[in-house]
Design a protein around this ligand. Structure first.
Ligand code: NAG
Length: 228
């Protein structure tokens, strides 16, 4: 446990250093200094967005949740994942909380239709080798490095913020060398529009960090030029 904590702190420090090199606004979320977060490299940072490469890792996800509300669906998914880390899993094992909680959003076709949401939790390093299975949840590995175009925003996430922040991220990417890769990912999988990452407990009211992620494939990195 102590070792996991120490390597986590080192990882955070290394990531913070990389982030400082890339851009002043790319600091690690404050909650990642207290709890474990997945490691990433910052590849680029400009004009309201950051491009990250996440390492291969296991995540635990809910089944798709149909709802008209992002906030309600995230709460319902979070409760399932909370039970999981409290020991409601095949090994009866308690697992340390991590950040962020991700909600993958697949918008519906009309205003009166339920959208689909998948809520995910990053498995801490200690459990990466053998995360416990659990009924109703999926344990999945992110295949290969995953690239994310990221826009950060503060406060409490409301339903109305999510689409608006995604639109701002999308607008900031157009005309950049990343636009083709992000647009291609959307063409390839139109149902997976974007992901919301939340780093804080609902009871923290200062320093809140949220992000919109648009994930894309490493195979298209070549078209994104040689960035490092
Ligand atoms: C987990 O707990 C349940 C209920 O207490 C028990 O039936 C089961 O055998 C336990 N499983 C393991 C792997 O310890």
């Amino acid at each position: 446990m102590a070792m996991a904590r120490r390597s986590c702190a080192l990882l955070v420090a290394a990531t913070a250093l990389l982030a400082m090199v890339a851009a002043a606004d790319a600091a690690v979320p404050p909650s990642c200094e207290r709890i474990e977060c997945p490691a990433y490299e910052v590849l680029d940072s400009a004009n309201g967005f950051e491009i990250r490469r996440y390492t291969d890792a296991m995540w635990v996800s809910t089944a798709p949740i149909q709802d008209i509300s992002f906030v309600a669906a995230t709460r319902s998914g979070f409760l399932q994942l909370f039970d999981y880390i409290q020991g409601k899993n095949a090994y009866n094992e308690t697992i340390e909380m991590t950040a962020p909680v991700l909600t993958e959003v697949s918008p519906s076709d009309g205003p009166f239709c339920a959208s689909s949401f998948v809520v995910s939790f990053y498995v801490p390093a200690k459990n990466q080798a053998d995360p416990p299975p659990a009924a109703g949840l999926r344990v999945r590995r992110w295949a290969g490095p995953r690239y994310a175009a990221v826009r950060r925003f503060g406060g409490f996430v409301a339903d109305a913020d999510v689409g608006e922040q995604a639109a701002r991220l999308d607008a900031s990417l157009q005309g950049t060398r990343w636009a083709a890769a992000v647009n291609e990912a959307r063409r390839a999988d139109p149902k997976s529009a974007y992901t919301v990452a939340q780093y804080n407990s609902p009871f923290e009211f200062t320093g809140r960090v949220n992000e919109i992620w648009m994930l894309f494939d490493g195979a298209t990195e070549a078209s994104g030029a040689h960035v490092l």
